[in-house]
Design a protein around this ligand. Sequence first.
Ligand code: IFM
Length: 465
Amino acid sequence: MTPRSGQGGGSALPEGFVWGAATASYQIEGAVHEDGRVPSIWDTFSHTPGKTLNGDTGDVATDHYHRWREDVASMAELGLDAYRFSIAWPRVASGDRRGLDFYSRLVDALLENGIAPYVTLYHWDLPQELEDAGGWPERSTAFRFAEYAAQVARVLGDRVHTWTTLNEPWCSAFLGYAAGVHAPGRTDPAAALAAAHHLNLAHGLASRELRAAAPAAQHSITLNLHHLRGEPEAVRRVDAVANRVFLDPLTGRGYPSDLLEDTAAITDWGFVRDGDEKTIAAPLDTLGVNYYSPTLVRIWDGASPRDHADGHKQGEASPFVGCDDVEFVEQPGPRTAMGWPVDATGLEELLLRLHRDHPGLPLVITENGAAYHDEPTPDGRVHDTDRIAYFNDHIAAMRRAIEDGGVDVRGYFAWSLLDNFEWAYGYDRRFGLIHVDYATGERRWKDSAHWYRRAIGRARRGELP
Ligand code: IFM
């Protein structure tokens, strides 16, 4: 299946370049009690008082489970080549066929509209029963994931263009099990490192199943790579536990020795068994890259007041395990509603770094976008000029990496198609191209959606955004 755009035609973008938008199951679907869906760790976490802003939950979210036809129509109108969405493991774990039927209908509707389905199998909604059995720190979870992957692939098989095993395993492992700010809310650094390994293993085991069931498809994983700047020793430490803990084993290099040394006081890594690293290094057709902003770090002198630009406060559990002496430094300049610095040069530098360190590995930008507190104005429109500027600058940065740096980037997915449940921030932070009125479910194109449609059209004609 070949996505329809990127005809070349004078454009510097490669032939077949894919323009898309992305979402994730728990963030948009709602319908948490329908068609046999079992509870996930995010149901439990969001229903626990104090865990999400305003006590928001994904119970209804954008009601995409019922409004998906309308959402596919918007994607077609936007002119998307591809739609990246995730499958809710809790809809499949139930054994109720209606869960997979939903995705099957969605995939068919996408294909009817010429939109290539990019499926992510895990975007953080672990069935609660698996967390009760130990969760990601427990080895058996990786094997359950591979079984689930095989089950989905049997039904959706080669209708899917790209299979992505995991979305941002760093968040699953370190926000979920070390910092405790994401489900399941544990604060145990040793468990987080075990979780990281079992997520890597889950990817490797599932990749085997997926490639066997869908040999014609593309196979991938998406990482939220931290683009780090600052003092070399601080950069090295964070790079090890945020980037190379995934990148190195996935690309056949095994776990980096400096990571094992930095974390030796936390764990002896005894959970890595013979053969695991070989399993993890399953061939990748593309690497999914999610980028939002750069991170500035330095070694803390232990005396001056400490910067906490990563969001966690003194005395709270940090997701950056083994980096106790690293300080996350505030950066000047504009920020999004998440408080994240707006700096497109970080994307260009990150792409160049990946190209240098992993030559021959094609990249897809599977998420990029910005949250703002958008609301309709009296003219009935949503004038999200900051978001348009963000997209424009980041797409330009990607183009520089491709044109000047020779980086093999095959696609760009805006995060997100719709406003949605932004995890611990609930519905307060809006990332969508399309505004959602959460009281009614009504969708309204923001100016950025109109802009993105025109930008895709221009790119197709070789004029370029
Ligand atoms: O909303 C999230 C998404 O689920 C994963 N990547 C980052 C986005 C913005 O925080």
